[in-house]
Design a protein around this ligand. Structure first.
Ligand SMILES: Cc1cc2nc3c(=O)[nH]c(=O)nc-3n(C[C@H](O)[C@H](O)[C@H](O)COP(=O)(O)OP(=O)(O)OC[C@H]3O[C@@H](n4cnc5c(N)ncnc54)[C@H](O)[C@@H]3O)c2cc1C
Length: 154
């Protein structure tokens, strides 16, 4: 049985960011993802907000994203577009990147550069039962993963 401190179910934006934070904290983590690649059907989210870019900046990777898309000083919210140019942050804008685009940048950072392992075309299929040793079953494998923590929204 392969052991990890954390098994993350899903390599979307949430799973990738969590994986980065855990890896940077020195915690053994693996991502299990049903999709064969980072490709998405459709566009989904259309940009990164100021706070997201601030967090990426804290991790030293904001420029990877900023260099790939235009920035806008207005935020679309409830049919209005407040100007945030006077926000007290160096990232006082919306960075216009489709999710299909920024997920690829995130994956390059987290999987390629930080070296977080990812199992593609696999799914977390069983949660650990309370009171049992924490085991996570992964589809398509005869082995199981042991995890102190399993996370994911499914
Ligand atoms: C049609 C559509 C349009 C949208 N438009 C916008 C928008 O305009 N603006 C905006 O801000 N947001 C938009 N969103 C929302 C945005 O896409 C989500 O907020 C974002 O994708 C959430 O990221 P996540 O990582 O939490 O989940 P997801 O992106 O859903 O990622 C979850 C991942 O987990 C994988 N997975 C799930 N279960 C398992 C399992 N058991 N084992 C292994 N892998 C698993 C899935 O394959 C998936 O890759 C839209 C969403 C949709 C569907």
């Amino acid at each position: 049985m392969t052991e990890h401190a954390v098994v993350i179910a899903g390599g979307g934006p949430t799973g990738l960011m969590l994986a980065a934070e855990l890896k940077l904290a020195g915690i053994g983590v693996v991502v299990v993802e049903r999709r064969a690649s980072q490709d998405l059907d459709g566009s989904r989210a259309g940009g990164l907000h100021a706070r997201t870019v601030e967090v990426l900046d804290q991790r030293g990777v904001a420029d990877r994203f900023i260099s790939e898309g235009p920035i806008y000083p207005c935020v679309g919210f409830a049919q209005i577009q407040p100007d945030i140019a006077d926000f007290p942050t160096p990232h006082n804008y919306v960075l216009a990147l489709w999710q299909s685009h920024f997920e690829r940048i995130m994956a390059d950072w987290v999987i390629r550069d930080l070296g977080v392992p990812i199992l593609r075309e696999r799914g977390v299929v069983r949660r650990p039962r309370s009171g049992c040793a924490p085991r996570v079953a992964v589809s398509g494998r005869s082995t199981r993963r042991r995890a102190a923590v399993r996370t994911g929204s499914c």
